[in-house]
Write a protein that binds this ligand. Structure first.
Ligand code: FES
Length: 218
């Protein structure tokens, strides 16, 4: 067994802010894109989830047996694989309904709009899948072209959560800061994500996209 406190490098009495800060640093170091490994990355994520689910008395709740977080076996994943919960929305729907990426209640509106299952829904992505792979492996046909960070055909807009972005990508800093990411080589670094996919239709991404090729699904 390994203590989640040790994994994150925080003291046993670390508060929520300390845990959050430590997690943000450790998850970057542990990510395969930055020299870590998938095993280390998953371990850090499980440690964070364990500590963030403590109740106010510092008792773990995810074990449902009241065990202290220091005793949780991090070699076993409590939810069967550390899946990342992704809620998604097709950008084309925004145009149809007159919604905006900046709408605070965009996903609430989508959840009430009776949209098709390819337009709005939820899927589980495994930690070793890119967001695009996760969508494809669950049967969704999200757009892509190069699959290598050299275009913006696979771009998504992050409404919530974080997606890694390798150094050799084409996304300009200004767009990355606004929340645009590439789904073909972006791996979730948060347990939950809300993303708008198919944003390649946005004018600001026009110069980055590639024309449809033999490997482009849509
Ligand atoms: S498909 Fe070209 S960057 Fe993702």
């Amino acid at each position: 067994m390994v203590s989640p406190f040790d994994v994150l490098g925080v003291d046993d009495d670390a508060d929520e802010a300390d845990v959050e800060r430590a997690y943000r640093e450790r998850v970057k170091e542990a990510h395969p894109d930055t020299g870590g490994s998938m095993e280390e990355f998953q371990l850090v994520r499980r440690a964070y989830r364990s500590l963030s689910e403590r109740d106010l008395n510092g008792v773990a709740t995810n074990g449902s047996d009241g065990t202290d977080p220091a005793d949780i076996d991090l070699t076993e994943d409590a939810d069967g694989g550390g899946s990342i919960h992704v809620e998604f929305l097709d950008y084309e729907v925004l145009a149809d309904y007159g919604w905006s990426l900046d709408d605070d209640d965009l996903f609430r509106k989508a959840s009430h709009a009776n949209l098709g299952e390819a337009e709005y829904g939820r899927l589980l992505v495994q930690p070793d899948e890119s967001l695009l792979e996760g969508a494809e492996n669950r049967g969704f046909g999200w757009p892509f072209s190069c699959r290598g960070g050299a275009c913006a055909n696979c771009a998504v807009y992050l409404v919530e959560g974080e997606l890694s972005q390798p150094a050799n990508h084409i996304m300009p800093d200004a767009l990355a800061e606004r929340g645009f990411r590439l789904s073909c080589n972006g791996y979730p670094v948060s347990d939950e994500l809300k993303v708008v996919f198919n944003v390649k239709h946005l004018p600001e991404l026009d110069d980055l996209i590639l024309p449809p090729g033999p490997f482009t699904r849509r």
